[in-house]
Design a protein around this ligand. Sequence first.
Ligand code: NAD
Length: 396
Amino acid sequence: MAKTSLNVALIGQGFMGRAHSNAWGQVGKFFDLPLMPVLHTACGRDAGKLSAFQKRWHWQNIATDFKQVIRNPEIDLIDVVVPNNMHKAIVLEALKAGKPVACEKPLSNSFDDARAMVQAARKAKQRTFVWYNYRRCPAVTLAHQLVREGRIGQVRHVRASYLQDWAMDASIPLAWRFDAKTAGTGSQGDLNAHVVDTVRFVTGEEVSEICGGIVETFVKQRKLMTGTASGGLSQGLKSSGKAGKVTVDDAVMFLARMSGGAVASFEATRMAAGNQNRNGFEINGTKGAVRFNFERMNELEYFDATEERKVQGWRTIIVTHGGDHPYAAAWWPDAHVIGYEHGFTNMAYDIVLALAGKKPTAPLPDFADAFVTQRVLQAMLICAKERRWVKVAQVK
Ligand SMILES: NC(=O)c1ccc[n+]([C@@H]2O[C@H](COP(=O)([O-])OP(=O)(O)OC[C@H]3O[C@@H](n4cnc5c(N)ncnc54)[C@H](O)[C@@H]3O)[C@@H](O)[C@H]2O)c1
């Protein structure tokens, strides 16, 4: 008999553990699915916290050994939501066991590990997915569609930035996000990775050459952390008396040329006062422009430069119309807006479609795709260190 369920194992139980648990639990309630996700096993290191996590999110089983979970023949998909330095070990184990993997971004804390992960996926011939969830905000998917339809013409300018401000608080302890051994980089892998992916997705162009890379760490020491993360970015983190060195960036930026001839700027920081999660872009073409700011995630701004000048102006599209807007038919009536978590649920929907051999709403990022983004980030670090232009394709 054909399989009708998809048994998911979640490795990790923090911030993304909650976001993904919610997505796997919700997706079958809102979308018509060819396979029904089952929250089979949640795996984490802290058995006490795990038990509370299981009850809250309705996981059927819990476990503390990810290798055992991966080996379980009942498990169909491994979902990886642990800090960046742990991605590779879990992913390689899953691929070796012949299981598809959905891994959080960035692919890894190191470029070499990211390459090893892509190679392993290619060898294993398994489906892979990377949670670049902002692609699944309906407004961003719509921007992707409008650019494909030629509505803004040839892309000339890209302005992308991801600005947060939570790390301005110097009393936030030295969590893994501030430690290069675990995170690899700071705002670079955390935020810039998202905007690079989004720009590639929306424009369909690649970042080909980079200059003007700048990397800065403003708060150079933080108190050492005690205990483990609690499920948010900085909430509930406790510190000891001792201080340790921050080994990642607080802010990064670079300029670029795109493969289609556009010029671009990218900026990411966790210290831009007044910007709590301003993940956005403005893309200007020969016929118009699109603009997005995640803090107003239900809206896409569109400018049509082919209209008569006397009526030209930015229009704000509320991306909630079931008949016309991506994913909207699954949710609520017009302008009954959706939120952060829906991007993950929309992505869970597309992952299920892909695993059932059906076409997702829009291209899903796999390991090969995420590696291209990681290569851009690597090129930018080389550019910043050596203060020179870097051709992305030459970064091996
Ligand atoms: N897509 C997004 O927008 C987005 C947002 C935040 C984080 N992320 C990514 O998600 C990943 C996790 O980040 P987070 O914010 O959830 O972190 P977090 O610190 O909130 O949670 C990490 C979890 O991993 C667990 N863990 C660590 N090592 C483990 C191991 N060996 N086995 C099992 N569990 C282990 C920790 O106990 C914790 O529960 C990172 O790669 C991060 O970059 C993505």
